[in-house]
Design a protein around this ligand. Structure first.
Ligand SMILES: Nc1ncnc2c1ncn2[C@@H]1O[C@H](COP(=O)(O)OP(=O)(O)OP(=O)(O)O)[C@@H](O)[C@H]1O
Ligand SMILES: [Mg+2]
Length: 479
């Protein structure tokens, strides 16, 4: 499970994980190229240590070679020495800047010092290194002369230039391959860190496992993201029986059938936590595949807030559900057969009533639903979002089951949890979740399962009746 989650995060944010190190490496490369190359020139200095002079002071302790080497090393960056080098070479830098360009390192297990000077000018680096060492030797000699006068002095150290500085041919920095490599690795690590952090902070629903483990809800269908052509609400994608979308809705139908082995499932409410998650499309296509399987099905647009089934089926909603509730029109006017899909009838919302929640909670709706149940095998209700208004919960309380549509990557867990709580509170049995708008990069394992898992079923579905067949009679729903 953990591995699947990692794979999902990598697939979901692959662009970031790929782009970040590439951009970091490119920036590091460009910055390195723009930097002036720095050259380093070395002088190797051998310090031949002398014995201390005989001392009249018995408390005097001999200096170690290490101490002596470090003393000479520190003399190199003393201000007077630096000032004399600057004036001899006519440099236009401060002693501090020159000190920053100098590195004096005792060579381990020897009495040698490595004096290095860095500069963007290789000739200057060479001259400064040689000058610096020459001035150091002179200064040491002067100090030794003064020291011989002292009672416990040591003298006679010889500073010998083993190899003078030469003009460096190659620069020591910038090291472009190393900088690019480091930037790439850092960019990759940052991208991975950010990807997993975003995933951790992301509250949106992405996988079936999370829904099951966090909310105890089973996912009964996966519908791929399939945008409709612009300016056209070609929402009835299940009509194309060869399309993967159609297979996905058939898989949903199969899941529904299996989920109802123990109890009757005739009235189904389709709702979701928030707007635009795909309730209308799911309800419409589910109704289509149920009808295609030979079940007498009626789709009821019970969304009085944003009714839209009439648009999906190319109808007008002047007469519909609200009229049936108020019993002010004959049923044959309000229940229209869907010509393209045998066994399917549609009840549009009808005129929007001023008080949808009160109307849906009325005894008349209960009677009407009971009559619809008697006349049809399946009654599918398209409803408004359950978290926004109580309409869906009211209908769900009297229905056999509720399907919660979830938009993958958008519906959040807090919203879905709230929706489930609202349904639980009214005792509405939730059948499961339909994961809608599943994108391949956002958890395709779920989608692929839904897609391939339905292959066997395709052949089992009877072909829809030819469009030329006469329009079926509206079943009587009068009590
Ligand atoms: N699987 C899908 N792939 C691509 N687009 C989809 C999918 N399902 C729904 N849509 C689109 O999302 C939008 C909202 O869909 P739909 O009207 O079905 O949602 P809804 O939950 O009923 O919205 P409302 O809350 O307004 O009733 C529509 O433009 C629809 O075409
Ligand atoms: Mg809708």
């Amino acid at each position: 499970m953990v591995l699947i989650r990692y794979v999902r995060v990598l697939r979901h944010r692959w662009w970031m994980i790929v782009m970040c190190p590439i951009v970091a490496a490119l920036v590091a490369g460009v910055v390195s190229l723009l930097q002036a190359p720095v050259y380093e020139s070395h002088v190797s200095l051998y310090v031949r240590l002398a014995q201390p002079l005989t001392s009249s002071d018995p408390t005097a302790t001999a200096l170690t070679s290490d101490q002596i080497l470090h003393t000479y090393a520190s003399l190199v960056t003393e201000r007077p020495l630096l000032e004399s080098v600057i004036s001899e070479l006519g440099l236009k830098i401060s002693p501090e800047s020159l000190a920053n360009e100098i590195k004096v390192t005792p060579v381990p297990n020897t009495t040698k010092l490595d004096v290095a000077v860095d500069d963007t000018n290789p000739t200057l680096a060479r001259d400064a290194a040689n000058r610096l060492v020459a001035d150091l030797i002179t200064e040491v000699k002067q100090i030794e002369q003064q020291e011989t006068q002292l009672p416990n002095a040591r003298s006679g150290d010889n500073l010998i230039v083993v190899s003078p500085a030469i003009t460096p041919t190659g620069s020591i920095s910038p090291n472009i391959p190393r900088n690019v490599g480091i930037a790439f690795v850092l960019g990759l690590m940052t991208a991975l860190g950010v990807a997993f952090l975003l995933d951790y902070l992301d509250q949106s629903v992405k996988s079936d496992d999370e829904i099951l483990t966090r909310l105890g809800l089973v996912t009964i269908g996966h519908i791929a993201y399939a945008p409709t052509p612009k300016g056209k609400r070609a929402e009835l994608i299940a009509l194309d029986t060869q399309s993967p979308a159609s297979e996905a809705y058939r898989a949903l139908r199969t899941s529904l059938m299996f989920s109802t082995i123990d109890h009757e499932l005739r009235t189904i409410v389709v709702t979701s936590a928030a707007p635009d998650e795909g309730k209308t499309r799911t309800a419409a296509n589910l109704a289509v595949v149920l009808a295609e399987a030979g079940h007498k099905t009626v789709l009821v647009d019970a969304d009085f807030r944003r009714p839209s089934q009439h648009k999906v089926f190319g109808r007008i909603r002047n007469v519909g559900f609200s009229n049936l509730i108020l019993q002010d029109v004959p049923e044959s006017e309000a229940i229209g057969a869907v010509e393209k899909v045998p066994n399917l009838w549609l009840i549009t919302s009808g005129p929007i009533p001023p008080n949808p929640s009160e109307l849906l909670g009325s005894g008349r709706v209960k009677e009407l639903i009971a009559r619809l149940r008697g006349a049809f095998t399946y009654v599918i209700f398209d409803t408004p979002p359950v978290n926004a208004v109580t309409d869906a919960a009211i209908l769900a309380a009297g229905a056999n089951g509720t399907i919660l549509v979830v938009e993958q990557g958008r519906t959040t867990f807090p919203a879905l949890r709230h929706a489930k709580q609202l349904l639980d509170r009214v005792g509405a049995p939730t059948i499961g979740v339909v994961m809608n708008k599943v994108r391949a990069s956002a958890g395709s394992y779920a989608y692929e399962y839904g897609y391939y898992g339905t292959r066997a079923e395709v052949s089992a579905v009877p072909d829809p009746r030819p469009l030329s067949e006469p329009e079926p009679r509206v079943p009587s729903v009068r009590g």
